[in-house]
Ligand binder design. Structure first.
Ligand code: IPE
Ligand code: IPE
Ligand code: MG
Length: 249
């Protein structure tokens, strides 16, 4: 039985996206890979605006993974430069639109100039509350767990924490996205059906949507269709449908 007909369509509070397919998009247009990444920035801008206007409260975009360091140095360098340039160019508009910026990932591995732009953007937009935009740069879900365990380990060693007190909520408070709700919906463009070391802990009960559309071709219209589909999903979190209806009543 589909209970959604009785209720207003639910909206995701937190949407996460794996923006994949820039290289193939560039190839198919006879252009170098970095042109695909530039085209990807345009798609990201459109998606950020569309999410903000659809009352999404948190949008997390996977921009560069821990494993992307394996790419040819020229591509890595072009991506780092692009991130610096985009932050320089876009932060004013994001700020004016009430968007708070937050970065997750191994910052120490990033160029100093980029780290500075990231810190400036976070400080500048810290008081904004319309939507939080999280950019995952040099991020990996396994890295995230390692940094959480390390910080917890330090507290145990200092005598501030008993190992018996380590539970789901403690780990929750040490993940990179601490303080933000887990994603309700993950969208991956580019046709692959995998997580590629994105948010491993946080995706435990996230609805997954995979589309063959290459990231630079993804737009507000397709996003709207995916959000509408999400509205029809029945999220049981391990329970049974009858319990959901009781909650809905
Ligand atoms: C995603 O697009 C962007 C990054 C990983 C930085 P890709 O560059 O992976 O594009 P494809 O998968 O090769 O088409
Ligand atoms: C995932 O895409 C990472 C980002 C989109 C930033 P990849 O292109 O790196 O993933 P794989 O290598 O196909 O798994
Ligand atoms: Mg890819």
């Amino acid at each position: 039985m589909n209970s959604s007909s009785n209720f207003q369509l639910i909206r995701p509070t937190h949407v996460a996206m794996i923006m994949d397919g820039n290289g193939r998009w560039a190839n198919s247009h006879g252009r170098p890979r970095h042109a695909g990444h530039r085209a990807g920035v345009k798609a990201a801008r459109a998606v950020i605006e569309a999410c903000a206007s659809r009352q999404v409260k948190v949008l997390t975009l996977f921009a560069f993974s821990s494993e992307n360091w394996k790419r040819p140095p020229g591509e890595v360098d072009a991506l780092m430069r692009l991130f610096v340039e985009v932050l320089q160019r876009e932060v004013d508009a994001l700020h004016e639109n009430g968007i708070q910026l937050r970065f997750i990932g191994a910052r120490d591995s990033l160029p100093t100039i980029l780290r500075k732009r990231m810190a400036d953007a976070e400080a500048r937009t810290a008081a904004n509350s319309r939507m939080t935009l999280v950019l995952a740069v040099a991020y990996g879900g396994q890295w995230d767990m390692v940094q959480a365990v390390r910080r917890i380990g330090h507290k145990v060693r200092a005598g501030d924490l008993d190992p018996a007190d380590v539970d789901e909520s403690l780990i929750d408070r040490h993940r990179a996205l601490a303080g933000l709700p887990a994603p309700d919906l993950l969208i991956r463009t580019g046709g692959e059906r995998r997580i590629s070391n994105f948010l491993l802990w946080d995706l435990a009960y996230t609805e997954l949507h995979f589309t063959d559309t290459l990231w630079p071709d993804f737009n507000a219209e397709e996003l709207g269709a995916v959000l509408d589909l999400f509205g029809h999903r029945q999220r049981r979190f391990g329970g049974v449908p009858e319990q959901l209806e009781a909650i809905g009543d």
